[in-house]
Design a protein around this ligand. Structure first.
Ligand SMILES: [Fe+2]
Ligand SMILES: [Fe+2]
Length: 192
């Protein structure tokens, strides 16, 4: 199985901000899961000729929707509602690094999604550690493991479609891009 490390670790001030306003974190997190599902479905539509992408992305879209459903259930129990989507600085800025030409677009998206999933796994792990309420704690620990699997899925798809050296070089560039974006994100009760 392919693996790599992120170029930065989440600052402990992030988890402090999350725990200080966990309700806001949940609302942001729910939107993230819904958007992850939509992005996976956009891959299904975009690459009808690539059977394994179609198959894997339908599964992923369903899994992300299941995560969305679980977060929504936790929110409803707490009397929380969704709020209108706002542009996400982390994803929005990261997207700007995608090369749009057909030769590179797939590689860049697979690598970006892999990195985003890996950051998600790291952060949900931190949330799982910090929480005390057993049910929600367990949910975030399961989620961290799921997002870790997604990180592995995207990186293995990248290696499937592109030569190793091309993947390694671009991965290193995008990992640096992501670390720089994380550095610019304020510490707030949101996934990013
Ligand atoms: Fe998810
Ligand atoms: Fe995921």
């Amino acid at each position: 199985m392919y693996s790599y490390n992120l170029k930065s670790q989440t600052d402990p001030r992030w988890i402090k901000a999350v725990m200080a306003d966990f309700d806001s974190f949940l609302i942001d997190h729910a939107a993230n899961e819904r958007k992850a599902s939509t992005l996976a479905m956009s891959m299904v539509v975009h690459y009808p000729d690539k059977d394994d992408i179609v198959r894997e992305m339908i599964d992923l879209a369903m899994e992300e929707m299941a995560h969305f459903r679980e977060v929504i259930k936790i929110m409803l129990k707490r009397g929380l509602q969704q709020i209108p989507d706002t542009t996400n600085f982390y994803i929005g800025t990261f997207m700007k690094s995608m090369r749009k030409d057909p030769k590179h677009y797939l590689l860049d998206r697979l690598l970006m999604f892999s990195i985003v999933e890996k950051r998600g796994a790291e952060r949900f792990g931190l949330v799982g550690e910090a929480l005390t309420e057993p049910k929600v704690k367990d949910f975030y620990q399961r989620l961290a493991a799921a997002e870790y699997r997604h990180y592995e899925l995207f990186i293995s798809l990248a290696y499937k479609y592109y030569d190793e050296q091309i993947v390694v070089t671009r991965l290193d560039e995008l990992l640096q891009v992501e670390a720089d974006i994380v550095k610019q994100c304020p510490f707030k009760a949101a996934v990013h």
